[in-house]
Design a protein around this ligand. Structure first.
Ligand code: HEM
Length: 421
């Protein structure tokens, strides 16, 4: 098998349940060039080097094909293109947006924001599990870990963080799906996908604008209110209203479309490794949940690859290949996290690993902004599932998977239980 055909197979839905042997094929050549002129990088050291290389840009306006396409598209659609979000920019633009977001979110500026959410995370998870078994908590029943648990949980959390009404989910979900689809390289060429992404972000921005109008200027303690009140941020230029809307849209999508897969991939992996599930159930190893979640981010990561969201500002020589200036690049994080040249016995799920440096949250300046929230969400969700589900067993293995090869996870995860405790 050539590396190019391995990549084609990775994209094919029939390999979604287990792409890992194909990643091993891909790693035989750390950097490959595809027919469309883009490059795919799959080994740990090369991915890390590129994540830290300022010559690799996250601003796709630099790609000649996309730059040429943008004005024509905007005119055709009659809508102004939304400003790029933090994930689509380079320094200094990126650093300013990230600082303004961080000031209103996690440590070191607002550690209270996440700390104060922890009891609430428990409460949401407890209520969802209570709902599994009717009123008396006994009797054999089937639950879908995705629809009944792993999806509604982070949606509730991110809505609360942003000050979005939970009952609006049917309104924003289709737009959120469109953003996810635009990261899926099987759904069209890169220019077309960038257009769809911009449109979906603009639609979500419109939704946020209506939400703010309805609030008549009233501000709460949510992140959106914090950004809107950002005039006193030292000498930093505050975000424009358009930047706030775009970045709020990104947070809404990033805040739940990934965590759902971490929890679901996590439960599936635990059910396949009952000895670890048992240890988690006993709750007598205080840091086990944290180690399980880190290992899941390495072994079954929700973001398998960053698809064509980087491009070269200059020729970059790496692993004996020169990636020419102006080329889109895909970084296969999931292949890097299982690279045997960096991680011993990488195909074994082992929460007791001494060193676990994974690429599950990316790396460099775009390292996941939501990691301080995603970690406790997944730890609490998996510990409570392990502790409270009586005799859980998989109904189908492998389960059916979502379409996307990049944001990868089961579409449903049916589990039979003998009630909940
Ligand atoms: C960036 C993964 C949860 C917000 C990233 C990146 C990855 C990632 C791989 C790097 C993207 C790149 O380099 O282009 C994940 C995973 C999550 C998760 C696996 C859950 C398990 C969250 C949550 C939020 C969030 C809960 C929001 C509250 C962001 C933002 C960025 C980002 C804003 C861009 C940061 C920047 O450009 O500086 N995430 N994420 N993520 N993530 Fe997450």
């Amino acid at each position: 098998m050539t590396e190019t055909s391995a990549w084609q197979q990775i994209l094919d839905h029939s390999h979604r349940a287990d792409p890992y042997p194909l990643y091993a094929e891909l790693r035989k050549t750390p950097v490959i060039r595809l027919e469309d002129g883009s490059y795919v990088v799959s080994t740990y050291r090369e991915i890390v080097a590129l994540l830290h290389d300022p010559r690799l840009s996250s601003d796709m306006r630099n790609v000649p094909e996309l730059a040429a396409d943008a004005p024509a598209q905007a005119a055709e659609e009659g809508t102004p293109t939304p400003p790029p979000t933090v994930i689509q920019t380079d320094p200094p633009e990126h650093d300013r947006l990230r600082r303004l977001l961080t000031r209103n979110f996690g440590p070191p500026h607002r550690p209270d924001r996440i700390d104060s959410m922890i009891p609430h995370l428990f409460e949401i998870v407890t209520n969802e599990i209570d709902g599994f078994a009717g009123t008396d908590g006994s009797g054999t029943t089937r639950v879908d870990i995705v629809d009944d648990f792993a999806y509604p949980f982070p949606v509730t959390v991110i809505c609360q963080l942003l000050g979005v009404p939970r009952e609006d989910e049917p309104r924003f979900q289709a737009m959120s799906d469109a953003v996810v689809q635009s990261a899926d390289p099987t759904t069209g060429g890169i220019a077309e996908r960038q257009r769809r992404r911009a449109r979906a972000i603009a639609d979500l921005g419109q939704y946020f604008a209506q939400l703010l109008d309805a609030r008549h200027g009233q501000r709460g303690d949510d992140l959106l209110s914090g950004l809107l009140g950002g005039d006193g941020d030292g000498d930093e230029e505050p975000m424009s209203p358009e930047e706030i809307l775009s970045n709020a849209a990104l947070l809404l999508v990033a805040g739940h479309e990934t965590t759902v897969n971490l929890i679901t991939n996590g439960m599936l992996t635990l059910l396949r490794h009952p000895e670890v599930l048992d240890r988690l159930r006993r709750r007598d190893e205080p840091d086990l949940a944290a180690r399980v979640v880190e290992e899941l981010l390495r072994y079954e990561p929700p973001v398998q690859f960053l698809s064509n969201n980087r491009n070269t500002l200059d020729d970059i020589e790496i692993a004996g290949t020169t990636i020419p200036k102006g080329s889109p690049v895909t970084l296969v994080l999931a292949a890097g996290s299982r690279d045997p040249d960096f991680i011993p016995d990488p195909d074994r799920f082992d929460p007791d690993r001494e060193h676990n440096e994974h690429l599950g949250f990316g790396g460099g300046i775009h390292y996941c902004f939501g990691a301080p929230l995603a970690r406790p969400e997944a730890q609490i969700a998996l510990t409570e599932l392990a502790h409270r589900l009586k005799n859980p067993r998989l109904v189908a293995d492998p389960p059916p998977y979502r379409a996307s090869p990049s944001l990868r996870g089961p579409r449903h995860l049916l589990v039979e239980i003998d009630g909940v405790s």
